[in-house]
Design a protein around this ligand. Structure first.
Ligand code: DP6
Length: 387
């Protein structure tokens, strides 16, 4: 009987305030601009991945959300299988990089270490939120997978109890691991850290400087909350991956965003986070969401991610802020929308009850959509009209 080694790790969803939209290298997933996000707390929306390995596993298998397993063709590092003979996918690129690190940093240094880099893997991953919720799961999914296999290989010691990026004496830092998670999905590199995280675009063709770093831990600004409003739980019609490449190829506005807008906003939002300045944080977040949707619209053919409910939420929050600026001179909420119609509203904890009441007054929950903690907001959905 051979030993089975196992490790389990979770990673939460992150929501970008400065959006990543566009790749300069589609294989290495190198972005056209830097981005910055907030990682939600571990207990909210997260992916959990268990990885195991053993010399007795005949194939590498992947279970996603308890569906039947998928076989992954992965050459072992020492085998004579030509890499071109097996599928070259985002997943195989991540796993091969992790195997390489295991070999170089553990097995080549200690000949008695188990030769895990040559063995097959069993990987099971699930999300603690409904997969159909229309929320990006690739970020948390690839981050959890990378951290879990890294833990299995003894490269780090992340565990679900620890804040991401806080492993004990890891052989590989969380930023180095973010280079690997990035190969799975760009935004995944940011989910390896908790709190406020920036992903630097970098400039090297190898991509070794395109990594994530933590700007501040969640404990730096514990009163900042994110309210997630599910407007439509359907899978989006244009994936982020294909949508952003169409924008790179056709949008005239994108270059202006990359060179003139994002660098200034990155500096501004990092200062705002350091100062816990919600007014600056909120304004930059809303402006960047709006510009991201403007470049989507500037794509040919245009991409519409928001619908009528999304736009009504923008109007509601802008009106709430207008009144609040008159009375208290401060913003109370900031919306942001990813590649879909669902809104994320950032606000200080003390304002959350007001915002929830307001949103539910104008957009009552549709009954029976998710019995769990997520609800779909009602209202007319432009993407469903006539369709
Ligand atoms: C709008 O990371 O999902 O959420 O790298 O092709 O997997 P790939 O794309 P992905 O894109 C996320 C786009 C976004 C903005 C963001 O999270 O920064």
């Amino acid at each position: 009987m051979s030993t089975i080694y196992q490790a389990t790790t979770s990673a939460p969803v992150n929501i970008a305030c400065i959006k990543y939209w566009g790749k300069r290298d589609t294989t290495l997933i190198l972005p056209t601009n830097s981005s910055l996000s907030v990682t939600l707390s571990q207990n909210d929306l997260s992916s959990t991945t268990s990885s195991s390995t053993s010399p007795s596993f005949p194939t590498t298998l992947l279970w996603l959300n308890n569906l039947p397993p998928e076989q992954i063709d992965l050459p072992s590092l020492s085998s004579s299988t030509s890499p071109s003979a097996v599928a070259d996918t985002r997943l195989t690129r991540c796993l091969l990089q992790l195997k390489k690190l295991r070999k170089e940093l553990v097995e080549d240094k200690d000949p008695s270490a188990p030769k895990m880099s040559e063995w097959n893997l069993h990987i099971a991953s699930y999300n603690n939120f409904p997969t159909a919720a229309g929320l990006a799961s690739s970020a948390s999914g690839f981050a959890a997978l990378t951290a879990s296999v890294a833990a299995l290989y003894g490269l780090n010691t992340f565990s679900s109890e620890q804040e991401q990026g806080q492993g004990n004496d890891p052989l590989v830092s969380a930023s180095q691991l973010s280079l690997i998670a990035r190969l799975g999905s760009g935004s995944a590199c940011r989910s390896l850290f908790g709190g406020f995280v920036s992903w630097s675009a970098g400039s090297l063709p190898s991509g070794t400087d395109s990594l994530a770093t933590q700007i501040a831990p969640a404990s730096h600004w514990p009163t900042l909350h994110a309210l997630i409003c599910i407007v439509n739980a359907q899978k989006k019609a244009t994936s982020s991956t294909s949508g952003m490449q169409r924008t790179v190829q056709t949008s005239a506005l994108l270059q202006h965003r990359i060179t003139d807008v994002v660098p200034r906003r990155m500096e501004g939002i990092i200062d705002a986070i350091k100062d816990r300045d919600f007014d600056a944080f909120g304004r930059i977040t809303m402006d960047d969401s709006n510009q991201f949707h403007a470049v989507a619209l500037d794509t040919s053919p245009p991409i519409f991610y928001m619908n009528d409910v999304s736009r009504s939420i923008i109007l509601l929050i802008e009106e709430l802020n207008r009144v609040s600026l008159l009375t208290s001179r401060h913003l109370v909420a900031a919306y942001t929308f990813d590649a879909g119609p669902n809104a994320v509203i950032y606000a200080e904890e003390k304002h959350i009850p007001t915002i929830v009441n307001l949103v539910l007054r104008y957009f009552p929950l549709e009954p029976g959509t998710f019995e769990d903690k997520l609800g779909v907001l009602g209202g007319k959905d432009a993407s469903q009209v006539g369709g």
